[in-house]
Ligand binder design. Sequence first.
Ligand code: ADP
Length: 166
Amino acid sequence: MRIAIYPGSFDPLTNGHLDIIQRAAKIFDRVVVAVVKNDSKSPLFSMAERQHLVGRCVEHISNVEVDCFSGLLVNYVERRGTDIIIRGLRAVSDFEFEFQMALMNRKLNERVETIFMMPKDTYTFLSSGLVKEIARLGGDVTPFVPPPVREALDAVFSSTLPQSTV
Ligand code: ADP
């Protein structure tokens, strides 16, 4: 049984993340989307909310599960009884950071392999950060995120729309 771990902040999950999850689910027997608790980033959504939202968006894919972890990714990967990490590559700009992370993770545990996957071209410009910014400014995020995420973003920002300066 080949299990792959797809770690990330998922704050929140976008259609780009979902595209990677769907591709990985075709290749591996099981894909674990692992929401990371990262205290150095201050997320918009709590761990529980991020995990819940990912869960709702992947419930139609039978071999995908959602989990969360804190601490070193390589330790979590080992606890889950696997050695495969999935990461998404959007553009050359992602490459340097991802390359460094992959090699560091290999240094920490030489059995771990990082597999990079590319999303559909129309999602290469998408990031959670940009989606939050658009939602915060009252823009329509419908093309960029699954419906449960759009509803959650609407709930956060509907009462805090920026005042018009005109
Ligand atoms: P992190 O905080 O670990 O970067 P993210 O949730 O931002 O977490 O991203 C998790 C993974 O998904 C990363 O490998 C990132 O490059 C990838 N990713 C993010 N957005 C997209 C996208 N639009 N298309 C493909 N991969 C993406």
